[in-house]
Each structure stands twice: as structure tokens, then as C-alpha cells.
Design a protein around this ligand. Structure first.
Ligand code: MN
Ligand code: MN
Length: 467
């Protein structure tokens, strides 16, 4: 057997073995990283629910010369178009030559876990007014009590007039909360398993306490009267609303070194914001595409979810307006499309190491995460990106000095998850998940690294420019 010197072995290790790279320990431009985080926090603050995010995104697209495809009868090379799906999802393209063979696409989602109002939410009990909610997406229900909540969304009145609601942003606004039992009397509650600490039917938000007269239900009636004066609505209109309670936390710097961002809804608005920035600034000879999807957190259903055929409709309309008429053109386009599913990954956490495989999972601060497959157990429900495609993405990142880590989600059989990747994969698209590692994912306050956020901007730009 051949023997090596210590020096030779060290050199061999340097050449051959994987190296973990902490992003902060690389050659960084701290001003660029911190300035970019400021722009991100502003976007996050204004994008609590998907309708708000769509407004922010369209504002940016309009400023950059994009046009609504409905306003254009024909399209040409160089045109920049978008499609707004029911005010809750957006798709956009910057069209270049040979679109059928060359689209590079980034796709994120702009919905986040929250508490939606039930269809007949308002009631009174013990002379208090409350709104019943149903949670949206995967939450730990106990995390949503005893924190300040904002109410955001829309109410559609008879005849179609839309009322926008946004209570909690201004310092003069009230907030709302779900009360929790005092520890002195919480003996029974605290002995329950975590998923039973707060029952789904206990997610009732306190919204009033003033009794305005001597009839039953006077507290509830006062709330209805206030809503009627403010918005011109009746109780029935609440049934045709999309109102959500979301954490009333402004995005803030986290840590003595201000190296992290703490905020609500970073899954997946961090990828949405960063992909938008890369989409607008990257120089590419190929067609750039971008998706901002809704309903990812509840399985991508509904006409605004990624399973809806409205994305096909948009692309079909684009190629038709470009002059393509072949019945297989859309299929060709999908077959040749390269995509990064821009979504966050759960970071290994110091307080919770046991569900993670430290050798295979991602860590916050270690750069962009390529998640080859998601799913659960025996790779069930995973689209599992092809070797050739993963290597191609890695090549682009290597060539552009991107700090990245290839990862899978958690220990085998610890749980699992998914993104919109498989939906595009089903259409024939080459796709792999690529985002950043987030701590406290799906909690009211999620944590991300400013290094990772900026590195993701560099990675997405490299993808658009070099794939
Ligand atoms: Mn996500
Ligand atoms: Mn999620």
C-alpha cells in the first residue's frame, strides 16, 4: 500500500474533499450586503399577504418598462410582459430570440402561513367580541397566541366594490391578539402534547369589549357598527372577504452584529424579492422568466396556485402573440426550459439539532442552498433533479464564485416538505430547488442571514446570465 506524507495528505484533502464555507469568512463587500438587506426589509414589510406582494412586484415591473400582456396584441423580441393572475400571483417574461429553446426561469411563492378569517367569523362571548379563524399553511398553533396581530386583506361588497383592509401598520392603529391561559391555571394545558396546547377552535382573535347598550350581543353589534362606519359593510360581507391575521412584527435587524434579518413571511418572500431584483438587473441573451405563485403553503391548489393552468395560458398567449402556431410549441418550450425553484430550506439550528443530518443539511450563513430533492421518507413526492442538471447549476455557481451548499431536508424519516418544483418538473422543465437556509421557518418571526440573501442575488443573476 502506498504511504503519503502529512503534507501530501493535506494537499490531497485540499484538492478532493468538500469544504464548508462560512460566507462571512469570505471576501465580502459588507456595505453591499447590508444595503441590499435594507431594500429587502422594506419589501417584506409591505408584502405580508400575496395581494400586497403582487402590488409591490407590479410597481417594480412597471417602473422597469414591463407591460400587461392583455394590453398588447402582438409581441416582438425585446418585449417585456407580465400576467397578473387574479391579483394574487404574477408571471413575467423578458423575451429574447429563440424563446422555445431558451428560457431561464426563477419561481418563488408569495403566500405565507397565517390565520384566515372563517366564513362567518364574528361572535360574542362573555361580553367580548372575537373573530374565528382557520389557520393557513403549516403552523405550530401555540406560537400564534399572545403575540400582536395585524389584520390585512380585502372585502368584496355587493356589486363588486373592493375594500382594502390593513390594520396594524401605523403606530396609531390598534392591534389584535389571541389570549392564552395564565400559567397559574395552565397546569392542564401545559401537560398536553405540543399539537394540543392550542386547539384549532381556540384560534379566536380578540377584537372588542365595549358594550354599547342593554341587549344581548351589544359588543358584537358595536363592532359591526364600527365596520359599517369605516368600510360601509354588513356582517354578510365578511363571508366574501379574504382577511388574514398576520404577526404585527416589522422586519428588523437581528443580533449585536446586525448580521441577520428577523421578520414574518420570509418563506418565501425572501426568494421572491431577491429573484425579482435579479430578474430586473441580469443581462441575458436568453429569455428571462419569473413566477410569483400563490397557495404554495396549502399544496399549490386553486386558480392562483402553481397547479393552475393559468401559467400555461400566459405562456401560450406569449408564443401565439410572437407568431408561433404549432400545437407542440408550448411543450417544446417547457422541455427546453431551465428553472430554479426559488424557495427556502430549513436551516440546522443549535437548539434543535436532532431532526437534522448535519452531513447533508444546510446551515444559515453558508450561502445559497441547492436542494436536489425534497419529499419525505423514500423520496415520496420528490421531483429529484437530474444529475446533469444539478451539475450544470453547480458549474454556473462555481464559475461565478458563488458560496453554495448542496442539501437535502432533514434526517430520513424526520418529516419532509415540498415546493412548486415538481409541478414544473411534471411539464418537462429542468428544475432544482435553490434558495437560502432559514431558521424558525413558518414561525411568526423567521430568521435569515444577510450574507445568504445577497449571495442568493449573485447566484440568481449568474443563473439568468450563464445557464
Ligand atoms: Mn416556501
Ligand atoms: Mn413554507
Amino acid at each position: 500500500m502506498e504511504k503519503y506524507t502529512k503534507e501530501e495528505l493535506e494537499k490531497m484533502n485540499e484538492n478532493l474533499a468538500n469544504k464548508e464555507v462560512n460566507g462571512w469568512d469570505t471576501d465580502i463587500n459588507i456595505n453591499k450586503i447590508f444595503n441590499f438587506a435594507e431594500l429587502y426589509k422594506e419589501f417584506l414589510k409591505n408584502s405580508k399577504v400575496e395581494r400586497q406582494a403582487v402590488k409591490e412586484i407590479i410597481k417594480k415591473l412597471d417602473e422597469n418598462g414591463f407591460r400587461n400582456i392583455n394590453d398588447l396584441e402582438k409581441l416582438n423580441i425585446g418585449d417585456k410582459v407580465y400576467f397578473i393572475n387574479n391579483k394574487k400571483a404574477v408571471y413575467a417574461l423578458e423575451i429574447k430570440e429563440d424563446i422555445l429553446n431558451n428560457i431561464n426561469l426563477l419561481g418563488s411563492h408569495i403566500d405565507s402561513p397565517r390565520l384566515d378569517l372563517k366564513v362567518r367569523p364574528l361572535y360574542e362571548e362573555l361580553d367580548l367580541a372575537l373573530l374565528k379563524t382557520q389557520y393557513y399553511g403549516g403552523i405550530k398553533k401555540y406560537q400564534w397566541t399572545a403575540i400582536p396581530l395585524s389584520l390585512v386583506g380585502v372585502i368584496t361588497k355587493r356589486g363588486g366594490e373592493i375594500i382594502e383592509v390593513n390594520i396594524g401598520d401605523k403606530d396609531s392603529d390598534p392591534i389584535f391578539t389571541i389570549t392564552d391561559i395564565l400559567p397559574h391555571l395552565g397546569r392542564e394545558q401545559i401537560s398536553k402534547p405540543g399539537n394540543k396546547l392550542i386547539d384549532g377552535e381556540q384560534l379566536n382573535v380578540l377584537v372588542g369589549s365595549q358594550k354599547i347598550g342593554d341587549i344581548n350581543g351589544a359588543v358584537k353589534l358595536n363592532i359591526l357598527n364600527i365596520l359599517n362606519k369605516k368600510y360601509g359593510i354588513r356582517e354578510q360581507d365578511l363571508s366574501a372577504s379574504e382577511l388574514s391575521f398576520v404577526p404585527n412584527f416589522k422586519p428588523r435587524d437581528l443580533g449585536f452584529d446586525c448580521s441577520m434579518v428577523a421578520g414574518y413571511g420570509q418563506d418565501d418572500k425572501v426568494c421572491a424579492f431577491v429573484s425579482l431584483c435579479a430578474f430586473l438587473s441580469a443581462n441575458s441573451t436568453k429569455t428571462k422568466g419569473i413566477i410569483f405563485a400563490d397557495k404554495e403553503e396549502i399544496g399549490s391548489y386553486g386558480n392562483t396556485g402553481m397547479q393552475s393552468e393559468l401559467f400555461d395560458t400566459f405562456l401560450g398567449e406569449v408564443i401565439t402573440k410572437l407568431g408561433y402556431t404549432g400545437i407542440n410549441d408550448l411543450r417544446t418550450l417547457y422541455k427546453n426550459m431551465n428553472m430554479l425553484s426559488a424557495d427556502v430550506d430549513g436551516s440546522i439550528e443549535p437548539n434543535f439539532k436532532s431532526p437534522f443530518d448535519e452531513k447533508n443539511n444546510s446551515k444559515m450563513g453558508y450561502g445559497v442552498v441547492i436542494t436536489k430533492y425534497t419529499g419525505s421518507g423514500g423520496k415520496y413526492s420528490a421531483s429529484d433533479a437530474n444529475s446533469e442538471y444539478v451539475r450544470k447549476v453547480m458549474d454556473v455557481f462555481d464559475d461565478n464564485n458563488i458560496v453554495y451548499q448542496v442539501s437535502s431536508l432533514g434526517k430520513v424519516d424526520a418529516g419532509g416538505g415540498g415546493t412548486i418544483a415538481y409541478i414544473l418538473a411534471n411539464k418537462g422543465v429542468n428544475v432544482v430547488d435553490c434558495g437560502i437556509a432559514v431558521m424558525s421557518m413558518h414561525a411568526p418571526l423567521e430568521v435569515s442571514s444577510k450574507f445568504d440573501i445577497y449571495e442568493m442575488y449573485k447566484a440568481y443573476t449568474a443563473f439568468y446570465e450563464n445557464m
